[in-house]
Design a protein around this ligand. Sequence first.
Ligand SMILES: Nc1nc2c(ncn2[C@@H]2O[C@H](COP(=O)(O)OP(=O)(O)O)[C@@H](O)[C@H]2O)c(=O)[nH]1
Ligand SMILES: [Mg+2]
Length: 453
Amino acid sequence: MTFARDTIVAVSSAVGAAARMIVRLSGTDAAALAGALCCELPDGGAAARVILRVRGMGVPAWVYRFVAPRSYTGEDLVELHLPGNPLLARILLDELIAGGARPAEPGEFTARAYFNGRIDLTAAEGVAATIAARNEEELAAARQLMAGELARRLRPVMDQLAETLALVEAGIDFSDEDITFLDAAQVHHRAGETIAALRELLESSARFERLSHEPRVVLAGRPNAGKSTLLNALCGIQRSVVSPTAGTTRDVIWAEAVLGRGIVRIVDAAGFEEHPPPASDTSPAAHISRKMHEHAMRALEEGDIVLLLRDITDPRPLLRLSRTPDLIVLTKVDLAEGTTTAQIGGVSGEGVPVVAVSARTGSNLDELRARLERLAFGAEGAASGLALNARHRQALQEALAALEEAQAAALAAGPEVVALGLREALDALGRILGHITPDDVLGRVFATFCIGK
Ligand SMILES: Nc1nc2c(ncn2[C@@H]2O[C@H](COP(=O)(O)OP(=O)(O)O)[C@@H](O)[C@H]2O)c(=O)[nH]1
Ligand SMILES: [Mg+2]
């Protein structure tokens, strides 16, 4: 996607036969290109009834003109509203393209609106989600995003965080003098407030992805972590293959689990490898293992909720997944009788909650189900109407992890470490709104649009 200021054009109404259609032009030459088709353009912000001259035809149309920066894209923008006809659209686009306009890429109008500071990234996502919405709930959530609701909730949290960071940094700058801006306890307290606010936001909002389909819960973990057994226990069927031999599950297997407030799909992402065999290894075993790894990676990507399972007796460090899990499940607690979650050493959730269960004895499975329900359907009685997509959640989780580090550092390490963590958290939150967002993320957001939007 290019973001040059060239003039783009597209049909931005629905494709196909319709009573009216809209052809939209945006960029420096928008007015000149439209003006070439009719005698006179209205002023900025106004509309006029004109006859467009297109290849000898006279086509009655309404012309709406918007002048930068007061337009959807923030650029000069002209909309031609004319009788709906795919052939007419084709001819008109050809004329405008011959005149120097370029066919718009999907979502490019909204991308320009974002790059010109007209809307934040979450609002842009709201536009895409509004177009894609398939039911009322989805539509309502999409409109909330489009209206900037997430930005409205994040801003006070970010302001408070920025203030804390500024005070901590001032403390570093003036450390030679006898001034204390914030003492360690105050920093700890403020970080705690921000953590609580972000947790509340995460917990009280629904998941965007689940509005259009059953939430997918992915079980990830090393071979023998207990994935198949837990899937069977949660879904109450013998669908997965359970075996004491590591690596028995051949494929990604799923089944439905009925929770109090809805049904979720539990997916067994067997075969995830920390170090998949290199492509140079052409043995059949390596081939199978690479295939299974690919399957598992896809399941992880497509999942709405990821549970990282870990055998409680496994002394190895936590498996590193390609995305942050939503919950760490310590399995087989019956093998570690008398140990409580709080006493289990070596498992630092890094901002991720931990629950210990036994699929064999059923111990704590109710607690796991309750947590799953909250993760899948939001907090009980949550009426916020706000839904977060995977990108928002990922960034919120990164911010939480960084804040937790900063909070711990407030009491243990120096202000430099605290400042680092606070800045990292602030950056993660800024990414949600698109303040600093890598190109690939932007590409993904705008790729979900259709042309003309
Ligand atoms: N004691 C005990 N054994 C378990 C539990 N869950 C699974 N296992 C055993 O651990 C082994 C591996 O389990 P499995 O579900 O196949 O793991 P997977 O490879 O992650 O799918 C099997 O022998 C299971 O019977 C549990 O809660 N308690
Ligand atoms: Mg298995």
